[in-house]
Design a protein around this ligand. Structure first.
Ligand SMILES: *Cc1c(COP(=O)(O)O)cnc(C)c1O
Length: 220
């Protein structure tokens, strides 16, 4: 199957209203162009330089989503064009996004990344840290970013019960946080190539799929 066929096959399995982020990190622009020609408009990247390089050569109606851990000193490179930063994991990063978005006269959509998996290596707020931060009221003073929802990466395991536990946890957090924000808080970003069918059962509104569309990545 080629990229277009794989993309279309995935799209037929997604309920209406669920957005597909095509995770194109490490893949060449030719592959992204192929997905674009098949109709895909949202692409996810994990490194600012790579995203910027691709943004410069690809069509301008693409929505770029930053999904990887973002260092504060790199926000300025993507702030002029990024649609969503889905991996917001600290107060410092929020402050820098607010500052850079203001500089560019933009409002940037963000997702709060929550750590629910077993692995210590994964990034994201713990539930307690996040709720404490939200209670501080700091976020309400930021007018150049809009919190659209939450994101998480489930534990990397073959044990489906653990994956379900993780998705259940984030779904509960999403539902708890909803009343704090407006109608625009509508995004529960869960599900990757291997676990997105399960994520859909837990109310995912945005899946992030790479390998199942573009094939395996050659890590450098
Ligand atoms: C790489 C990545 C994905 C895509 O993973 P696949 O298994 O290739 O679908 C999704 N989300 C995040 C945060 C990633 O870093």
């Amino acid at each position: 199957m080629n990229i277009k066929e794989r993309l279309n096959r995935i799209l037929t399995t997604l309920p209406e209203g669920v957005k597909l982020v095509a995770v194109s990190k490490f893949h060449p622009v030719e592959s992204l162009q192929e997905a674009y020609d098949a109709g895909q408009r949202i692409f996810g990247e994990s490194r600012p330089q790579e995203m910027t390089a691709k943004y410069e050569v690809l069509p301008k109606d693409i929505e770029w989503h930053m999904i990887g851990h973002l260092q504060t000193n790199k926000v300025k490179y993507i702030a002029p064009f990024v649609s969503m930063i889905a991996s917001v994991d600290s107060a410092r990063l929020i402050e820098e996004i607010e500052r850079q978005a203001a500089k560019n006269n933009r409002v940037i959509d963000i997702l709060l990344e929550v750590h629910v998996a077993d692995e210590e290596t994964k990034s994201g707020w713990s539930k307690t840290e996040l709720y404490d931060y939200l209670d501080s009221g700091i976020l309400e003073r930021m007018s150049h970013l809009r919190v659209r929802g939450v994101m998480t990466i489930a534990t990397n395991t073959d044990n489906e019960q653990i994956i379900r536990r993780d998705f259940q946890t984030i779904q509960t957090i999403f539902n708890e946080l909803k009343p704090r924000f407006g109608d625009y808080f509508d995004t529960l970003s869960i599900g990757m190539s291997d676990d997105y069918p399960i994520a859909l059962e837990y109310g995912s509104t945005m899946v992030r799929i790479g390998t199942a569309i573009f094939g395996s990545r050659n890590f450098l």
